[in-house]
Design a protein around this ligand. Structure first.
Ligand SMILES: [Zn+2]
Length: 205
């Protein structure tokens, strides 16, 4: 590095690099965080380091639905006896589960696909958790599948694809009502909007 920001000790530069590029964190902010940490008590730094080191073990994904979970156990929704296992709400990412839960309307279970079909990004059906969805629909004797996918082209193509796979089965397939901003990810919609979209859900096709 002949020029640029190479003004801190090498290890500090490495820490700044590690923060830089995290969501919402640019070079300036990452510098400020790293410099603040230099002043931390050693114990606090050790604690943070330990939490980060253990993160892959402590925060895991639910083996059933793909939601965030702890210590390889079922997530709180799959572990709950009060959820209706006859309804599965299919989402692209686990982050969307929290948004839907905040709307406090939905009482079924979830299934995280891990994305949506996107030929441009080379995301094909084999890369999504579709097989396990079909399996769960079978095992749980699901009566309704809600496809809570984004309202953009890829999201709707994914909904149509899954709808096609489920054709001929005795179950209701619905998608969210319009009302969510077009092309937007449901993680960013407010809970009232999500509640209304779920409440007014309509049959696919
Ligand atoms: Zn789960």
């Amino acid at each position: 590095m002949a020029h640029g920001h190479n003004q801190y000790p090498e290890m500090l530069e490495e820490i700044i690099d590690a923060f830089k590029g995290l969501p919402g964190i640019g070079r300036r902010t990452s510098e400020r965080i790293a410099l603040a940490m230099v002043k931390w008590q050693p114990g606090k730094l050790e604690h943070l380091g330990e939490m980060l080191r253990n993160l892959p073990k402590t925060v895991t994904f639910c083996p059933e639905c793909g939601n965030l979970a702890a210590h390889s156990k079922l997530c709180s929704i799959c572990a709950s006896s009060s959820r209706d296992r006859n309804i599965i709400c299919v989402v692209e990412d686990f982050s969307q589960i929290l948004s839907i839960e905040n709307s406090a309307f939905y009482k079924g279970v979830y299934h995280v696909l891990g994305g949506k079909l996107s030929p441009l990004e080379n995301k094909h059906a084999g890369m999504l958790k579709i097989d396990s969805l079909l399996q769960r629909i079978e095992t749980l004797k699901v009566k309704e599948v809600i496809l809570a996918l984004s309202q953009d082209v890829e999201g709707q193509a994914t909904a149509v694809y899954i709808g096609g796979l489920l054709k001929g089965r005795e179950l209701k397939i619905t998608r969210l009502a319009r009302g969510l901003p077009a092309g937007s990810d449901i993680s960013y919609a407010d809970s009232a909007t999500i509640g209304a979209a779920l409440n007014g859900r309509i049959p696919l096709n």
